[in-house]
Write a protein that binds this ligand. Structure first.
Ligand code: SF4
Length: 319
């Protein structure tokens, strides 16, 4: 193809983007479990919210299930990076199953906070998305009905609490930093005694990816976020991009999802990826752009990341 005939396109490539330390660790856990114990290894829920990653692990011998009762007693089972209600490992232990918990350490930290607040006699409020596995897992650290869920500022106005003097809050790790700040402010205005983390529990990876999008969105005619439709942090990147001034922002799982008609006439595109999207898919998207434009890539770097989490000891020990 004669590339001189192609229109020019500047790609503002966000950094950081894509895999975070928790996702990287969770995938390693499944791969190492397969190496150590052979196939099949069962995984409760998508290990991370990305079809490409899940399909790749499935091809290597992982079997994805929704619930523990779909797993045999005599094969290893892994719990996803989003975390699980307390009842799940308890049931695995009761059945004497070999299980490895791939819950991200930053999610586990929130679980510990929730338990500590309860020990201190505080009623818990969780800011999160109803039904998301992380919210289900965090709320499931305490007995059913103990945690009040709020998703919006409006929800705060309708909260019915036991005692406004004995309240605490935690948050999902993958929320919009700005929207969550508004909800926290509403909670603090209505319940001045509420106890919480210094700001919220949103993790470094979510925060950094949103910051990078905020930096590039005002310069770009359009934004492509590589990520899955069930990935909370990816969906938040689309919203953050729109709020930061990029009128067209699209979530794409792969290059085939790009809506080329919507991109007609653009001369610059921001590209980023949610924390569970592998770099190979970002490369695929950029290659697809190169097939239609003469692309110049300009990195937009707002932070350097060097976070790494160890895999559980059972996988580091020799078989
Ligand atoms: S997005 Fe944050 S909390 Fe979730 S797995 Fe990654 S580092 Fe952990």
């Amino acid at each position: 193809m004669d590339t001189h005939a192609l229109p020019a396109l500047t790609v503002y490539l966000a950094a950081p983007r894509g895999f975070c330390a928790g996702v990287d660790r969770a995938i390693k856990i499944v791969e190492m479990a397969l190496e150590k114990w052979g196939a099949p290894v069962f995984v409760r829920h998508e290990i991370v919210h990305n079809k490409y990653v899940v399909d790749d692990l499935r091809a290597k011998g992982a079997v994805f299930v929704d619930e523990l009762d779909e797993c045999p007693d005599d094969r290893p089972v892994i719990f996803s990076a989003h975390g699980v209600p307390k009842a799940v490992p308890a049931e695995a232990a009761r059945r004497q199953m070999l299980y490895v918990d791939a819950t991200c350490p930053l999610v586990s930290k929130v679980h510990i906070e929730a338990a500590r607040h309860q020990e201190n006699g505080l009623q818990m409020v969780m800011i999160g998305h109803d039904g998301h596995p992380e919210t289900v897992g965090t709320m499931g650290q305490l007995p059913e009905g103990e945690v009040l869920l709020v998703e919006t500022v409006e929800d705060v106005a309708h909260l019915k609490v036991r005692d406004p003097q004995h309240l605490a809050f935690v948050t999902q790790t993958t929320l919009s930093v700005d929207d969550t700040a508004e909800i926290v402010a509403a909670l603090q205005a209505r319940f001045p005694a509420i106890v919480g983390p210094h700001k919220e529990d949103i993790c470094y990876a979510t925060t950094n990816r949103q910051e990078a999008v905020k930096a590039l969105a005002p310069k770009a005619d359009a934004l492509l976020v590589v990520g899955a439709p069930n990935s909370s942090n990816s969906k938040r990147l689309v919203e953050v991009g729109r709020k930061a001034g990029c009128s067209y922002a699209q979530l794409v799982q792969r290059a085939a999802d790009i809506d080329w008609r919507a991109l007609q006439g653009v001369t610059s595109i921001g590209v980023t990826a949610g924390a569970s999207a592998p770099e190979v898919l970002i490369d695929e998207v950029i290659e697809a752009l190169r097939s239609r434009y003469t692309v110049t890539v300009q990195p937009v770097t707002t932070a350097e990341e060097n976070v790494e989490f160890k895999v559980p000891r059972v996988l580091r020990e020799p078989a």
